[in-house]
Design a protein around this ligand. Structure first.
Ligand code: B12
Length: 223
């Protein structure tokens, strides 16, 4: 298991400040361009871009939204731009994945499915998590928002995954994910389930450490 730190570094800090300034000026296109350029030349590698730049920016959005400092449309503008950055760095994610796979000739990588449960629309953390697993060599399959339970089950079986990763943002979702996990445990026997997200950040009662892992620790694809 390799640990990814969120510790500050000068390049990530500078990029985060630039993006914050551009978002305050509502210049989403310039923010996307700056982030993509930093990742494509390797000045801020994708994992650092995610953990030290985009996640803190999104947390800041949440805090300002919560206190009313930020209007709802401003939150939408910023999260849409962050989604565009994540989509634009796919070539770097793919290249990192291929390098890890090439270092393990003849070995089968583990496979993981990432899905938001029904009515869950917070996709950005899950998308970044799926990419971070992929960069560790996993075959990672990302289904996005609001996935019907029957489709999660069908995909997990069809893709023969070792792991299903779910996210939940609100306390209400955390409670419904509990029922979902119980259901999936019987329908997907032998497949490990992981859950996480903002719904678990304060209260983790009734969940086992087996299901809740530290998002800073991505397990290796080659167990
Ligand atoms: C952007 C955003 C939205 C966007 C989502 C856009 C999108 N395409 O994803 C939209 C506008 C859709 C939205 C809607 C709502 N939102 Co919202 N949203 C946010 C915001 C600002 C950012 C979310 C985000 O991407 N965060 C960044 C990621 C990286 O952080 P994260 O999700 O916490 O994930 C981290 C860890 O939790 C972990 N992680 C996440 N998933 C998993 C899974 C596993 C297995 C593991 C190991 C780790 C892990 O990895 C990340 C890195 O550390 C947050 C604020 C915040 N602090 O996050 C609120 C927030 C999550 N939203 C909130 C709320 C209340 C809502 C709404 C109910 C608002 C409403 N009244 O309509 C709806 C619900 C929609 C739904 N049914 O899903 C609350 C949830 C409060 C709570 N805990 O109960 C928050 C925390 C805001 C707040 N401070 O009140 N939201």
């Amino acid at each position: 298991m390799r640990t990814t730190v969120r510790a500050p570094d000068a390049e990530s800090d500078a990029l985060r400040s630039d993006l914050a300034r551009l978002f305050t000026a509502h210049d989403a296109d310039a923010a996307v361009a700056a982030a993509v350029e930093a990742a494509s030349v390797g000045r801020v590698p994708v994992e650092r871009l995610y953990c030290a730049v985009l996640v803190p920016l999104l947390e800041g959005v949440g805090a300002r939204w919560h206190t009313g400092e930020m209007r709802v449309w401003e939150e939408h503008l910023e999260s849409a731009a962050i989604r565009a950055v994540i989509e634009a760095v796919r070539p770097q994610v793919r290249a990192a994945h291929d390098a890890v796979v090439a270092a393990h000739p003849g070995e089968a990588a583990r496979r993981a499915l990432f899905a938001c449960p029904p009515e869950e629309w917070h996709v950005l953390s899950l998308r970044m998590l799926a990419d971070r697993f992929k960069m560790e060599g996993w075959e990672s399959y990302y289904l996005g928002a609001d996935v019907p339970v029957s489709e999660i089950v069908d995909a997990a079986r069809s893709l023969k995954v070792d792991l299903v990763v779910l996210t939940a943002a609100t306390r209400y979702e955390r409670l419904s994910v509990r029922d979902l996990v119980a259901d999936l445990r019987t329908r997907l026997a032998g497949i490990r389930l992981l859950v996480g997200g903002p719904a678990f950040s304060r209260d983790q009662a009734d969940w086992s450490s087996e299901e809740l892992v530290d998002p800073d620790e991505i397990p290796s694809a080659y167990a």
